[in-house]
Design a protein. Structure first.
Length: 95
């Protein structure tokens, strides 16, 4: 994940279970900014063994709990787009 150096990052996490450790099974980068959060994850596929499927289910549960907990934290709302901005977006040619 690249972030411009003039944009302050308030928090960087590499795990959804332990704030100061890297997650064992999945890959996580959580960046918290003043107005938003960016969560980038990678989880291995289920694999072919019962053990790998169990680990994947555990990952799914951990990420689900993490997102549920984060959803309950109040975040600043982005300012509503002005009428001029909305009109410009509506008339812009599509790519």
């Amino acid at each position: 994940v690249l972030v411009k150096k003039d944009i302050p990052v308030l928090v960087v996490r590499r795990s959804v279970t332990e704030p100061d450790e890297q997650h064992v099974e999945g890959r996580v980068v959580l960046l918290e900014f003043a107005n938003t959060c960016l969560l980038n994850t990678y989880a291995q596929n289920n694999g072919w063994t019962m053990e790998s499927m169990r680990k994947r289910r555990q990952w799914d549960e951990e990420i689900g709990r993490f997102l549920s907990d984060k959803a309950s934290v109040p975040r600043p709302r982005f300012p509503a787009a002005s009428a001029a901005t909305a009109a410009a977006a509506a008339t812009a040619p599509s790519a």
